[in-house]
Write a protein that binds this ligand. Structure first.
Ligand code: EPU
Length: 422
């Protein structure tokens, strides 16, 4: 099993380029099922979750070819094979994104239930309610969701919870429905507007994606298209936080100010400024960090996907900080690992109380999920001595070439696959 060995402390400086957004590329790949023509996606990150999605598309009968960060999907011929099996879905919850497109194209889809997840229960009831509102008959049995509809019919539907992939799934299905669909209380994350841009290029009629209300006028068929996926705001945010925690100076090319404003505001509260450059965003840490109060929330709130990384930063801030995790019920698994490095963090339910600053010292720590892994890497950059982050296969799901990007900024990080004595 591979690990990162990180020597600290270091001060990072330089420029890295943001990869494409994993959480935009995944629905974009699922959307290719809506046509039998080729779709070419550029700036697709080379991370494990993308490979899982292309394997799923191949399993369904679509040909996928990757060249660098360009992925070309030959189009889905249709056929009777509209099933996503447990073996693929269990490794990545986002596989549920094929449900809407398969149903819309074939009138039938059978997708394994994603099951539990380290960060919370993560139900898919909102996806199913939305598809039912479009006229699908849904059955859940033997661990599979089966959805059927001869032709989906436009409707008015309100999400009870603004789910990101739920909004994407129902929006994709509605592109093929007869008539107009109005979706209310939609998630507003940038990845949804990016998906709508691809769908529009494929011939869909969509208004309002990125806002609370999305209107989709159904069409009979969609066609091939080319699309460039947006830059990954969570990856970019992680490198900006790496600058802040190390008192460094890092520019992330490709990062978009509008996607990162909740992070910029939270960093401002700690005394760290982030400014747009011509081509991206620059963060200059100044070594002095103030404690703050933070709460995660759906966009435009502070993203839950940067909560763990921000907590690493707060271990170095002067005073008592609090973080409330409002999106997922179990997203503090990095806390005991940060405490192993010398942090002083207590949790009570969804609240974490961080006492800082603390001198961190290197030791062995265990990654539990994707963003928790990134948090441990950030902490390791300021910890004195060697930190070994175990189970970095979690990191590889969503961060492209993290060690080489960090090395280019001056970090002493190595990927090792030998057992290490600590
Ligand atoms: N929820 C429901 N019912 C549903 C769907 C969601 O109650 O049917 C609840 C969830 O339990 C959670 C909240 O709604 O409390 C938000 O979940 P959401 O559905 O928005 O999350 P998701 O679509 O499953 C995406 C990202 C996650 C990110 C969340 C929140 C993708 C592929 N995944 O998940 O990304 O944390 O939105 O922003 O887009 C990651 O990249 O590390 C990651 C976990």
């Amino acid at each position: 099993m591979e690990r990162f060995s990180i020597e600290g402390p270091v001060r990072l400086s330089g420029t890295v380029t943001a990869s494409g957004a994993k959480n935009a590329a995944l629905p974009a790949l699922a959307a290719t099922l809506l046509t039998d023509q080729p779709v070419e996606l550029a700036r697709v990150p080379r991370v494990r979750d993308i490979r899982t999605m292309t394997r799923l598309l191949e399993h369904l009968g679509a040909e996928c070819a990757a060249s660098g960060s360009v992925v070309r999907v030959g189009g889905w011929p249709g056929g009777d094979h509209a099933e996503a099996p447990y073996e693929l879905v269990k490794t990545m919850r986002a596989s549920i994104l094929v449900l809407g497109p398969l149903l819309a194209r074939r009138g039938f889809a059978r997708v394994s239930l994603p099951g539990g997840c380290a960060i919370g229960v993560r139900p898919i009831d909102e996806h199913l309610r939305g598809l039912q509102a479009l006229g699908a008959a849904i059955e859940v049995e033997e661990g599979y969701v089966t959805a059927r509809a001869e032709r989906l019919v436009g409707t008015r539907f309100r999400f009870q919870v603004p789910s990101v992939t739920g909004t994407e799934n129902v929006m994709m299905a509605a592109t093929h429905a007869r008539g107009t669909t109005r979706l209310e209380n939609c998630a507003r994350e940038a990845e949804i507007a990016d998906l709508a841009e691809l769908l529009t290029a494929m011939g869909a009629h969509i208004q309002g994606a990125g806002s609370e209300v999305i209107e989709i006028e159904g069409v009979d068929s969609l066609h091939g298209a080319r699309h460039q996926v947006i830059a990954d705001r969570i990856e970019a945010g992680t490198y900006l936080l790496a600058a802040a925690i190390t008192g460094g100076d890092v520019t992330v090319d490709g990062a978009r100010a509008e996607d990162l404003s909740p992070l910029t505001a939270a960093l401002h509260d700690t005394g760290v400024e982030v400014e747009p450059t011509g081509s991206g965003m620059r963060c200059r840490g100044n070594g002095a960090l103030a404690a703050t109060r933070l709460e995660t929330a759906p966009h435009p709130g502070f993203p839950t996907d940067l909560q763990a990384q921000f907590m690493a930063l707060l271990t170095q801030a002067e005073g008592t900080s609090t973080i409330r995790e409002s999106v997922f019920e179990n997203r503090f698994q990095h806390v005991p690992e940060l405490n192993r490095l010398g942090a002083d963090i207590r949790t009570a339910g969804r609240l974490a109380i961080v006492q800082g600053p603390r001198r961190l010292t290197g030791t062995g720590v265990m990654a539990t999920d994707l963003r928790a892994s990134a948090c441990l890497v950030l902490a390791a950059l300021v910890a004195h001595g060697t930190t070994v982050v175990d189970r970095i296969y979690h990191l590889d799901r969503g961060y492209e070439s993290m060690e080489s990007k960090l090395q280019s900024l001056g970090a002493r990080v190595e990927r090792v696959d030998q057992p290490m004595d600590l």
